[in-house]
Design a binder for this molecule. Structure first.
Ligand code: G3H
Ligand code: 13P
Ligand code: ZN
Length: 316
C-alpha cells in the first residue's frame, strides 16, 4: 500500500470516538520505533515532519525512511504530514515532495490573511490529491522552528468558535487545529491544566462531522522526567496534558493528536540511562537501539490512550 491521506482515518476516528496519533519524526530510529509500535498494535498512523526535521535530516532521507516503512507494512495505513508549514511555498514544496497531508499554520496572521493563505494551499494541495490542516487561534510555547504565544497569553488566544464556519467555508480546509489551552514543548503548565473543552464542543456543534486536531498534546510524564534527572539531566518540574484529558477529547471531535515531546523524553531518558550505567559505551547502536525500544514502548502506550489500537483495517 502507498502512503495515504488522513481522510478515511478521520472519518472512522470521528465516527468511532478515537484519534489517530501524529508523531514527529527526525531520524531513522524514531521512525522505526513508532512504526514497530503501530505494526504490533495494528493502528493507523500519521508521521509528521516539521521544518526543523527537514533542516536536520533532509527531506530526501526522511522520505526514503518513510517509504521503507510503508513498503514493509502493507497492513498499516500511513499518512505523511507536514507539521506547521509556514508559507504557501513550503506547503507547495511538500506537496511536490510527496506528502499526502500538509498543515498551513497561518495562526499568526490576521483572520483574513489566514483564510487567504489557507485557501491558496488548499487549492494547490487538493489539485494534487493532498489534504490540508489549518489552525485557528494560537498555541503557546516555542519549539526550534515553531513560534507560539507566551504561556501567560495562551488563554487569550483560544480558537473563537464564531469564526470556524466562515473559515471552513471560505478555505475548503479538511481539518482544523484548535487552540484550547495547550502549548508545545515540555513546560506547558505549572499546575493541573483546565483545557477549553467547551471550545471543542462549540466548534463541533457548528461544524458537525468536521475533524479537529490537538497540538501540544504530550503529557510530559513524571516517570520520564524523573529518569532523565536521575541519570544526570536537569529538567525542571514540568507538566503536560493529562492523558485523561486526551481520552476525553478523542471521544469528542478531536481526530488527530500531535505528540513529539513525550517521544523526545523517552529517547533522552534511555540514552542517559545507558551512558550512566555503562560509561565506557561508545557504540551508537548500543544506545540508539535501546532508545528506539523506548520510543516503541511510549507509542504503544499512546495508541491505547488515543483508542486507535486495532483500528488499522477500518482506516484502509
Ligand atoms: O510543533 C512542534 C514540534 O514538536 C516540532 O518541533 O520544530 O523542534 O521540530 P521542531
Ligand atoms: P508536544 O510538544 O506537546 O509533543 O506537541 C507536538 C506538536 O504539537 C507538534 O505539532
Ligand atoms: Zn504543533
Amino acid at each position: 500500500m502507498a502512503l495515504v491521506t488522513s481522510k478515511k482515518m478521520f472519518e472512522m476516528a470521528y465516527k468511532n470516538g478515537y484519534a489517530v496519533g501524529a508523531f514527529n519524526v527526525n531520524n531513522m530510529e524514531i521512525t522505526q520505533g513508532i512504526v514497530e509500535a503501530v505494526a504490533e498494535q495494528k493502528a493507523p498512523l500519521i508521521l509528521q515532519i516539521s521544518r526543523g526535521a527537514r533542516k536536520y535530516a533532509s527531506m530526501s532521507y526522511l522520505k526514503a525512511i518513510i517509504d521503507v516503512a510503508v513498503a514493509e507494512n502493507p497492513g498499516i495505513p500511513i499518512c505523511m504530514h507536514l507539521d506547521h508549514g509556514d508559507t504557501f511555498e513550503t506547503c507547495k514544496q511538500c506537496v511536490d515532495d510527496g506528502f499526502t497531508s500538509v498543515m498551513i499554520d497561518g495562526s499568526h496572521h490576521s483572520f483574513e490573511d489566514n483564510i487567504k493563505v489557507t485557501k491558496q494551499v488548499v487549492e494547490y494541495a487538493h489539485a494534487h490529491g493532498v489534504v490540508v490542516e489549518a489552525e485557528l487561534g494560537q498555541l503557546g510555547g516555542i519549539e526550534e522552528d515553531v513560534v507560539g504565544v507566551s504561556h501567560d497569553d495562551i488563554s487569550k488566544h483560544l480558537t473563537d468558535p464564531d469564526q470556524v464556519v466562515e473559515f471552513a467555508e471560505k478555505t475548503g480546509v479538511d481539518s482544523l487545529a484548535v487552540a484550547i489551552g495547550t502549548s508545545h514543548g515540555a513546560y506547558k503548565f505549572k499546575t493541573a491544566p483546565k483545557l477549553a473543552f467547551d471550545v471543542v464542543e462549540q466548534v463541533s456543534k457548528k461544524l458537525p462531522g468536521f475533524p479537529l486536531v490537538m497540538h501540544g498534546s504530550s503529557s510530559v510524564l513524571k516517570e520520564f522526567k524523573d529518569l532523565i534527572n536521575k541519570y544526570g539531566g536537569q529538567m525542571p518540574d514540568a507538566m503536560g496534558v493529562p492523558e485523561e484529558a486526551i481520552s476525553k477529547a478523542v471521544k469528542m471531535a478531536v481526530c488527530k493528536v500531535n505528540i513529539d515531546t513525550d517521544l523526545r523524553m523517552a529517547m533522552t531518558a534511555k540514552i542517559r540511562q545507558v551512558f550512566a550505567e555503562k560509561p565506557s559505551e561508545f557504540d551508537p547502536r548500543n544506545y540508539l537501539g535501546p532508545a528506539r525500544e523506548a520510543i516503541k514502548d511510549m507509542v504503544k502506550h499512546k495508541l491505547n490512550v488515543l483508542g486507535c489500537a486495532g483500528k488499522a483495517a477500518e482506516c484502509m
